[in-house]
Design a protein around this ligand. Structure first.
Ligand code: GLC
Length: 395
């Protein structure tokens, strides 16, 4: 079987239907639920081959939207399904994840040219992005805050060590304990973002906001297509405001750094792949992008490893090639970087990221994360993110 065939067979094997809700689990053994950004990745991949399944996946996601507009990062569809951790409420988590929904919806439309699904989904999409702009930014600084590292999708990334007050050599288990403590703290403020951020954890994360900018841009296209002038205006305005705020508050020394909001944007100076995420949204000038790619991405002493892109620079004390989000290579960052490189016309560099991604899957299969120095696969088996290579092969 080719990688493409294997990827689609995996997405089919991981597809579930519960009470008519169709979704794909990221890994049957380790992640048997629906996850927000994972489902967006699934929809992006399925858009070309099985757009109905892609539509169904997003429809299931938005069906559990909260009254305030938030879309939860996990949905436990099977009643009474055992959760390993309690992320807030019974049937869903009370956190969100990087907002890739508009992007995924647009990928489906690009393939089908059928806007009926967009008409159906649009109100939920708009409410979700309004929530992020409004409730996640109580001081009106035009940057969305996250209330827990898991909202970044990079659970134990060392970007958050200072805010969590954890040591650089913390084990994965101790890190999880710390995040569960944070969930308990978040519970005391009812997961109300404003209160929780002010009291416990308030980070303006670079990938989250870069993904927000690009998704607002796409939601603006959707609004324009559907002739929703107010929505289009809201999106365009916030594309400009969030981009400008990222520049003003998160940019230093040629790169974007995540920052602690409560201390007035003290940068979290740990070099991670977050530096490259703004390429995805076109937030660097062409000259800055060129310099960043040459000096950091393709630098073997920092991010460029024999088997992939390190999620944390090799120069960081926290760097661990087998350390989950503390240095290992992951397919989603590879995919974001790939798209970012293409956006700037760096096709040869993009090709190299694609080749490394394909080689990792060929060598180690559809694993959750990989040792960038040796190519060894770790964590969940039958993990769906590897299917993103099919999208890289098509682009
Ligand atoms: C892990 C990842 C997260 C992902 C989830 C389900 O927690 O860190 O980004 O969404 O697994 O695959």
């Amino acid at each position: 079987m080719t990688i493409r065939d294997e990827a689609f067979a995996l997405l089919t094997a991981n597809r579930r239907t519960t009470d008519g809700n169709i979704y794909t689990v990221p890994s049957p053994e380790m992640y048997p639920y629906q996850w927000l950004w994972d489902s967006c990745f699934h929809a992006i991949v399925l858009a070309k081959s099985e757009p109905e399944a892609a539509v169904a996946e997003l429809r299931s996601l938005v069906s559990r939207q909260f009254a305030n507009g938030m879309i939860p990062h996990i949905i436990y569809w099977v009643p009474g399904q055992l959760h390993r951790y309690d992320w807030g409420t019974d049937s869903t988590s009370a956190l969100t994840q990087p907002p890739m929904l508009a992007y995924a919806a647009w990928e489906i439309y690009k393939e089908t040219q059928d806007d009926s699904f967009l008409v159906e989904l649009y109100p939920a999409l708009l409410r979700y992005y309004e929530y992020l702009i409004d409730k996640r930014d109580p001081r009106d600084h035009h940057l969305a805050g996250i209330i827990n590292p898991d909202e970044s999708g990079e659970d134990n990334s060392p970007r958050f060590d200072d805010v969590l007050h954890v040591p650089v050599d913390i084990s994965r288990e101790d890190h999880l304990k710390r995040r569960v403590e944070l969930i308990d703290a978040n519970r005391t403020c009812n997961f109300d973002a404003e209160l929780c951020m002010k009291r416990h954890f308030w980070v303006k994360d670079v990938p989250f906001n870069a993904i927000l900018v690009e998704n607002l841009r796409i939601l603006s296209n959707i609004a324009s297509l559907l002739d929703r002038k107010d929505g289009e205006h809201f999106c365009n305005l916030n594309v400009d405001l969030v981009s400008a705020a990222m520049r003003e508050r998160l940019f230093a020394d040629g790169v974007y750094w995540s920052a602690v909001a409560i201390t007035d944007y003290e940068p979290l100076k740990v070099a991670t792949w977050a530096h490259f995420a703004p390429l995805f949204a076109g937030l660097y000038t062409p000259e800055e992008a060129r310099a960043l790619v040459d000096s950091q991405l393709f630098n073997e002493d920092t991010f460029w490893a024999p088997h992939g892109v390190r999620t944390v620079s090799k120069q960081e004390k926290a760097y661990r090639p087998d350390g989950y989000w503390r240095g290992s290579a992951w397919m989603a960052p590879h995919w974001f970087i790939y798209k970012g490189l293409l956006r700037y016309g760096f096709t040869e560099e993009a090709r190299q990221v694609r080749e490394k991604s394909i080689a990792l899957i060929e060598r180690s299969g559809f694993r959750e994360y990989f040792n960038p120095e040796t190519g060894e696969g770790y964590g969940a088996h039958n993990f769906t993110w590897g299917a993103l290579v099919t999208d890289m092969m098509d682009a």
